[in-house]
Design a protein around this ligand. Sequence first.
Ligand code: ATP
Length: 319
Amino acid sequence: MKRIGILTSGGDAPGMNAAIRAVTRTALANGIEVCGIRYGYAGLVAGDIFQMTSETVADKISRGGTFLYSARFPEFKEEEVQLKGIEQLKKHGIDALVVIGGDGSYHGALKLTRHGYNAIGLPGSIDNDIPYTDYTIGFDTACNTAMEAIDKIRDTATSHQRVFVVNVMGRDCGDIAMHVGVATGADAIVIPEEPYDIKEIAENLKQGFANGKKHGIVVLAEGVMDAEKFKDELLKYGDFDARANVLGHMQRGGSPTMRDRVVASEMGAYAVKLLLEGKGGLAVGMENNKLTHHDILDLFDAKHHGNYALYSLNKDLAK
Ligand code: ATP
């Protein structure tokens, strides 16, 4: 193996730059050249490929987003488009690839491996929704960003004795909501994975105000329902003032936290090690604080399991 490529694909996540840096520097240290591929699979097919040096990744570790840019490129599902990508890999002398992204991106990595180009997937997603990893690159930063935003919302909630229903990201996964809910002392966490009773939530909020509480915070995972709709439902059972707030894309941005930078660095170096061993079609994970890898194919049949003990814990702590 003489030269590897690296791309970021799907939704961006803070820490992707730290992963690109780790892949690049680990490869260079092992005498392997590195090509950066801009705009994910779209850039691969278009040949938007350039040689990277150690300097290319300098001053990037603290930056959010991905300096290789990302793209949604559904055309890559088609074999003829994949073959165009393969042509570019051949043209640039790239023998293997590291792909940072979510499960869609892993499909692409698997297809490339089947075409004879070993590809390793790194879990880059704020949602923490990828199986066989306790942790995805970007999750910690997104949680901290949401936590800080909710702390601010709580100030105004208290001043006006209001309930705020705060919609956090995560798609169909409640991990951001669970962690942020516990971290902000939410009165209720509502996630897609657990049943909820909106009347009971309203009763608890009412009881809280009756006990002298000055605010109510409901952390709602985006996969459950729209925050405005949830707030309207809540008001059917509660006589309090309530507002809905959608944190939105701010959760994707910002300088990565220490944890995201460290995990991204560890995973990036590990991915290169796997490629050096001639392995491909694998997804890197962090399980019980240890680096692991699994066949990408196994991920498609598996489900991510969050730490649902946090959900129960919050119920106890909110009383
Ligand atoms: P996120 O979790 O942030 O959405 P993702 O990687 O799952 O990240 P997707 O948009 O689903 O995001 O996929 C990213 C890219 O991976 C797609 O735009 C496409 O180029 C490629 N891709 C997705 N599915 C496949 C597939 N079945 N075969 C080949 N390539 C795919």
